[in-house]
Design a binder for this molecule. Structure first.
Ligand SMILES: Cc1cc2nc3c(=O)[nH]c(=O)nc-3n(C[C@H](O)[C@H](O)[C@H](O)COP(=O)(O)O)c2cc1C
Length: 148
């Protein structure tokens, strides 16, 4: 059983919904999960953090949504090292835009720089190409579960 924190970046609610459903699934699989809609650095650097799952859409021109941006800035500025933390990323976007899914990709890069340990390949949810995003997320979560 792992303590899992979902860190959400969402403007219109899609990423929020995916995080809520993923959280419920992992809770049912026996983990202890919580969703943070306005995460800050204190939610991340505490001793009680085993696993971070970043669930972020992209807004503007490849930007991180406003509710996740403060965390990104705090982590970039303070650069706390997180080698004891496992992480994985769900990145939502739309491939008809340039900078496809860059919000999630930027978070992924930052976690890598902070030496957090990636436990599963990033899940890309493309509004143009992923017919059933919920099923894609749940499948990905079930694969992730034994690695936590
Ligand atoms: C104004 C606007 C700008 C967007 N810019 C991008 C972008 O640069 N890259 C991308 O991959 N998706 C982009 N998207 C698509 C969103 O990331 C996608 O629709 C996502 O599912 C929205 O999630 P949310 O409801 O959690 O905000 C944009 C959507 C809107 C409405």
């Amino acid at each position: 059983m792992a303590k899992v924190k979902f860190l959400v970046g969402s403007t219109y609610g899609n990423a929020q919904q995916m995080a809520d459903e993923a959280c419920e699934e992992l809770n049912q699989l026996g983990h202890q999960c919580e969703v943070f809609n306005h995460p800050c650095i204190d939610d991340v650097i505490g001793e009680d953090t085993d696993v971070l799952i970043i669930c972020s859409a992209t807004i503007g021109e490849g930007d991180i949504p406003d509710n996740l941006l403060p965390l990104y800035s705090q982590l970039s500025d303070q650069s706390p090292l997180l080698p004891h933390v496992k992480y994985a990323v769900i990145a939502l976007g739309d491939s008809s835009y340039d900078n496809f899914a860059d919000g999630g990709r930027q978070m992924n890069e930052l976690m890598h720089e902070l030496q957090a340990v990636s436990v599963q390949e990033m899940l890309l949810i493309d509004a143009c190409e992923t017919p059933d995003p919920e099923e894609a997320v749940l499948e990905w979560i079930r694969l992730l579960h034994p690695k936590l």
